[in-house]
Unconditional design. Structure first.
Length: 197
């Protein structure tokens, strides 16, 4: 959530948000006003997306967030509740360049998919799309390949991950999942028509 973001990352976040908004996706994210997800959410909101920000109460008390005007905020008890709610509510996970919190959420989504695969015979339920702008996540890709090579995880388990070189590629992957059916259930988005009243 650093404010010192390079233009290449900001541009991709804006392009992603704009594309998500034009496609009618709802965005669920951590609710802050810093970092690339805030940039993405702002662009998506400007393009018509409904934006939901999930903010842990402890963060709100320490430093009240002032998110993008189009964001509807929901307070939760703690960081664990935030991750649980985001994972449960969304159909897809999209990961943008970020710090410790971003990496935590990415692997939390992966772990949730891994556990679900033991329950759901169809495999993982929420694709994890990694926006690999400027090869930011190349180290993560190498680590995943190492895990497979060393027998620590099966290649099939890692099929939940999709690396996209830029926003256009990420939007293409999202469109493909939307067109051919979402997983049964979590960036962080949901088609408006999928909402349950």
């Amino acid at each position: 959530s650093s404010r010192d973001l390079k233009d290449i990352y900001v541009t991709d976040a804006i392009n992603l948000g704009h594309g998500l908004g034009e496609a009618g996706h709802e965005i669920i994210y951590g609710g802050g006003n810093q970092g690339l997800m805030a940039v993405c959410a702002g662009a998506a909101g400007a393009a018509g997306s409904k934006i939901i920000g999930i903010i842990p109460d402890v963060f709100n008390k320490a430093s009240p967030e002032v998110p993008h005007p189009s964001v509807t905020t929901e307070l939760v008890e703690n960081l664990f509740a935030r991750k649980e709610k985001m994972l449960f509510e969304a159909d897809l996970v999209v990961v943008l360049a970020g710090g410790i919190g971003t990496l935590d959420e990415m692997w939390e989504a992966a772990a949730a998919n891994d556990i679900e695969s033991y329950i759901n015979e169809s495999g993982f339920v929420k694709p994890v799309i990694i926006l690999n702008t400027n090869d930011f996540f190349e180290g993560s890709r190498i680590q995943m390949e190492r895990c497979v090579d060393e027998g620590c995880v099966s290649e099939e388990k890692l099929s939940m991950f999709h690396f996209a070189d830029d926003a256009r590629a990420a939007l293409g992957i999202i469109a493909d999942y939307t067109e051919h059916g979402m997983p049964n259930l979590s960036v962080l988005m949901k088609k408006k028509e999928m909402e349950v009243a």
